[in-house]
Design a protein around this ligand. Structure first.
Ligand code: RIB
Length: 298
């Protein structure tokens, strides 16, 4: 049976320019072609789940505008159930993205309609969250909405996977309710999660599972009683945008299929690596066959 994953999160249109490097404050530099590319951490993770073979339902909001139309069409074309994506009286979320020649990006986000995802909207989709094999969350919709989704999932026994991006501090009680937390190093530092060098001290005393993504160094699966480092899959990096989203989605699909958290972390590393090889967010999210081929090659 294909696992069913519910994503509560953002949908953005990414406005992307590749440039030789990032500009300094106050500086103008000339880049390459301008592109509009479907993105948003929630929508990216939903598309990545679908491409990994999962059944996926998206809960979120876009505006009543052409960007909103395109984002919904793109999700549907990828196989995501968009019946629970609402239309808000605000512009669709937009992300201004600069991609440097190194593949590293900078992102400025205008949340727009994502800010309309409310506690009431989330509560109206409690049935979907309750019946899912996992709930996937990020932090591009209001924190109250994330908390509401977590409460519903916890009450109904749905495993909760939180990707705490973009980085921010979070209430301790929210973090305690999460089944798997998947931060990068910057997000982990803000949340007070011990990093690689310090985590040995925590061994044995930890109850929550944290999968720390380390970019080109892979990931650290910090599970109760044991930590395992999973090396990265070396690739030629074009654009790191959505690599984290690919990781989280592949981890979620593998886990809900019954693989161990360490095995699921390997799937995450493989999917994240492949996402770095293609420009843009949703166009870069790999199909399951490509992830399996990379896993088999290493
Ligand atoms: O994680 C990548 C995403 O972050 C981009 O698609 C952009 O929309 C921002 O939300």
């Amino acid at each position: 049976m294909r696992p069913h994953i519910v994503v509560v999160g953002s949908l953005n249109m990414d406005l992307v320019i590749q440039a030789p490097r990032h500009p300094q404050p106050g500086e103008t530099i000339t880049g390459g072609q301008f592109r509009t590319i479907p993105g948003g951490k929630g929508a990216n993770q939903a598309v990545a789940v679908a491409r990994m073979g999962g059944r996926v339902t998206m809960i979120g909001c876009v505006g009543r505008d052409p960007f909103g139309d395109t984002l919904i069409e793109n999700l549907s074309a990828a196989g995501v159930d968009t019946g629970r994506v609402g239309r808000a009286e605000a512009s669709t979320g937009v992300a201004l993205i600069t991609v440097a020649a190194t593949g590293e990006n900078t992102i400025v986000l205008a949340p727009g309609a994502n800010a309309a995802v409310s506690v009431q909207i989330v509560a109206s989709h409690a049935d979907a969250i309750a019946s899912a094999d996992a709930l996937l969350l990020q932090l591009e919709v209001p924190l109250e909405a994330v908390q509401a989704a977590v409460e519903i999932a916890q009450a109904r026994g749905t495993p909760i996977i939180l990707n705490p991006a973009p980085a921010r501090t979070l209430p301790a009680d929210l973090l305690q309710r999460v089944t798997y937390l998947i931060p990068n190093e910057h997000e982990a530092a803000l949340l007070g999660i011990p990093l690689e060098a310090e985590q040995e001290k925590e061994r044995g005393g930890r109850s929550r599972s944290v999968i720390l993504t380390l970019g080109e160094r892979g990931a650290l699966a910090m599970l109760p009683g044991a930590s395992t480092h999973v090396p990265a899959f070396p690739v030629r990096v074009v654009d790191t945008t959505a690599a984290g989203d690919a990781f989280v989605a592949a981890f979620a699909v593998a886990l809900t299929e019954g693989k161990s958290a360490v095995a699921a972390t390997r799937w995450g590393c493989a999917a994240g690596a492949l996402a770095c090889t293609v420009l843009g967010a949703q166009p870069s999210l790999p199909m399951r066959a490509a992830v399996e081929a990379l896993l088999a090659a290493q």
